[in-house]
Write a protein that binds this ligand. Sequence first.
Ligand code: FAD
Length: 323
Amino acid sequence: MSVLIYAENADGKFKKSTFEAVSYAKAIADQNNTGLTAISIGDVSSDELAALGKYGAQKVLSVTNDKLKNFVNQAYASVIAEAAKKEAATIVVLSNSFSGRGLAPRLGVKLEAGVVDGAVVLPIQTDGKFVVKKTAFSGKAFAMVELTSAVKIIALTPNSYKVVETDGTANVEEFAVEPKASDLKEIVKEIMRSTDKVSLPDAEIVVSAGRGLKGPENWGMVEELAELLGAATACSKPVSDSGWRPHSEHVGQTGISISPNLYIAIGISGAIQHLAGVSSSKVIVVINKDADAPFFKVADYGIVGDAFEVLPKLIEAVKAYKA
Ligand code: FAD
């Protein structure tokens, strides 16, 4: 047996969530006294690939086929499944990212494997059982899932496992695969967005705002605070529905689920559907002028006040702290 980790990259650079997944996979490999192989798909420099060794990968399979430059669920799943077979991997780890969530069930079918997405801690392996703790009901609860299949797929929630550096090094090998034409049919159009902003699913700090901000013209202060803190920006559903912010920023039950270390919610009431996507944040700070806003019930820190007065002061305070 061995453990395989799919090392996801963004524009040729590995994400922090990838290093978390490699560290997590390394800990599972150690639990089972076995080796860890990483697979990377796309154009990634040899230095970047070799850096995976620092987090515990002993071998890195690099797939650079031009047809796989862009992410295609079915084709990537086929390649990862082939790598898993080549490495006799019985545990495959991915990040529970947008692409990881698409890949995990496809890999499950291809490898006849049990799948757990949204894992938050290392599996418990006692008495021959393999049990994984995962988030359930949009982050409102946890479930313990026992995997009984020979091959197991685990998608790790970003920000739930620490990056652990080792003194290891990795051997990088080309893994030549030719994707099937039928696997490549799925991609219709690729929308490339080049941005310097921090990516929301991977962000450690998120500054989020809701309808309390009154209109899109007031987002300047949200963006300024986010930039000062190195944070990503997010919003509530009505805000993106109204076109004040892009849908990619919508968090919650019908948006994306995030678990940053710090979530700052400004002018958001804290409806259950919003909380479903953010309640696993490590620290929640709420700014709302209504002391009875439901969000305060789950907040670690709360400021009862008008966002239009509090935010400028907060921005000045952060600037003064950084100066
Ligand atoms: P509001 O409810 O209007 O709250 C605005 C808040 O701002 C209030 O608490 C108010 O006190 C405060 N405020 C006003 N002015 C100021 C000021 N000057 N300074 C400080 N505070 C101020 N919502 C999501 O966010 N994500 C989802 O994924 C989602 N999915 C849903 C799915 C379903 C099936 C349904 C039915 C609803 C869903 N919703 C979702 C909507 C959700 O129920 C709430 O309506 C929504 O979250 C409210 O957004 P809000 O807090 O920005 O606005």
